[in-house]
Design a protein around this ligand. Structure first.
Ligand SMILES: *Cc1c(COP(=O)(O)O)cnc(C)c1O
Length: 397
């Protein structure tokens, strides 16, 4: 049954993903079910997206209610959910204004455009250079693949956006040597996600913040993956006690409903004028209702505390696995954004065997297995995941 659907999918859908041979049909809490009724514990959550898991009652009800009222209305008019979500985001962050879009890559594009406009106005037309980090990931549109410091995402698509340079991650001195009077923005992930769950060092981000302040360079944090509670804080920059000028958000913001957001501090946000940037679907009332529900759960119903608590528990369990398994080289991450670095054996082999045993996991970078379950995950589900992983690890070597 699954196979027939997959064959049809392969016939009609462009071949941009090497998907696992599973057709997912429904979900409940932190579990998903395929068409044949097999159950999987989900430590992928649509790649750090399904913040509240599946079939969350309040999420379903809020979206149903909004669907009956108005589902789309364009930014030519105002709508209550859009305004409410913007207010919630601003009041709980270091930023003053929001631009809504539909995905991570769009939030990065919006941030790049805003920082160029700011540089252009404040420091002249030549001020358009952007520095991003090697091994980063920022999305798949042209600006974002250019910002992404990994050639494998760029090959075959040139020429890329001019004026983008790449600095090695966690190396402030090299970054500083690349900055000049035409540098308008520095883009960094507080925790590199796709690059392999690599957290930035505190001193490094502190130094970048200071440099940007001195030279009026816009500091952009891409928190598409690390933002919205994933690390146990609403935003990963809070872990570092450093506030960027612009933040890019998407993935977990809508709990599985597509939405992205780019936020900025006032002096930068204010350089956008009507006509400078836009999105037909951006700020869609249904998507914003999803965002409001996620933020309310995080902030007012204990989900953020759950991430902190279960994140520590998951880390502890992974560290104790590392004690027992010689080829686990490292355990990294914050909250429910954790990774284990694997030596000598292939992560995809391990992931495939876990799937067979009913646990969904996803890789990150070349040799890391990533753990990004719903933010509502419980201790016994972490126990179950680590037990399955432990069994598989004892089999592979
Ligand atoms: C996933 C991701 C993106 C791209 O998001 P899309 O919604 O796939 O466009 C950008 N930046 C980071 C850090 C991401 O993890």
């Amino acid at each position: 049954m699954d196979k027939e659907w997959i064959d049809t999918g392969k016939k009609f859908i462009m071949n941009t993903y090497s998907s696992f041979p599973i057709v997912l049909e429904k979900g409940e809490g932190c579990y998903v079910y395929d068409k044949e009724g097999k159950r999987y514990l989900d430590f992928v959550s649509g790649i750090a997206v399904n913040s509240l898991g599946y079939s969350n009652e309040d999420f379903v009800n809020a979206l149903n209610e909004q669907l009956k009222k108005i589902h789309h209305c364009s930014n030519l008019y105002w709508s209550e959910p859009t305004i409410t979500l913007a207010k919630l985001l601003v009041e709980n962050s270091a930023f003053d204004k929001v631009f809504f879009c539909n995905s991570g890559t769009e939030s990065v594009e919006a941030g790049l455009k805003l920082s160029r406009k700011y540089g252009n106005l404040k420091r002249g037309e030549e001020c358009y250079e952007i520095i991003t980090m090697k091994n980063s990931f920022h999305g798949r549109t042209f600006g974002s693949i250019t910002a992404t410091g990994q050639e494998k995402y760029q090959n075959g698509f040139g020429p890329l956006l001019p004026g983008v340079k790449y600095a090695p991650y966690n190396d402030f001195e090299t970054l500083k040597s690349m900055v000049n009077k035409n540098t308008c923005a520095i883009v960094v992930e507080a925790i590199q996600g796709e690059g392999g769950i690599c957290p930035a060092e505190k001193e490094y981000l502190k130094n970048i913040r200071k440099l940007c302040d001195e030279l009026d360079i816009v500091l952009i944090f891409d928190e598409v993956q690390s933002g919205i509670g994933r690390t146990g804080k609403l935003f990963a920059y809070e872990i570092y006690n450093i506030e960027p000028d612009i933040i890019c958000l998407a993935k977990g913001l809508g709990g599985g409903f597509p939405i992205g957001a780019m936020m900025a501090v006032e002096k930068i946000a204010n350089v956008f004028e009507p006509g400078n940037h836009a999105s037909t679907f951006g700020g869609n009332p249904l998507a914003c209702t999803a965002g409001i529900t996620v933020l309310n759960k995080l902030l007012n119903e204990g989900v953020l505390q759950n991430v902190e608590k279960q994140g520590e528990y998951l880390k502890k369990k992974l560290l104790s696995l590392k004690e027992k398994v010689s080829f686990i080289k490292d355990v990294r991450g914050y909250g429910l954004m954790q990774g284990i670095e694997i030596e000598e054996t292939s992560p995809s082999d391990i992931i495939n065997k876990c799937i067979e045993k009913g646990l969904l996991l996803v890789g990150a970078g070349a040799n890391v297995i990533r753990f990004v379950p719903p933010l509502t995950i419980k201790e016994k589900e972490i126990d179950e995941a680590v037990e399955i992983l432990g069994e598989v690890l004892s089999l592979v070597k």
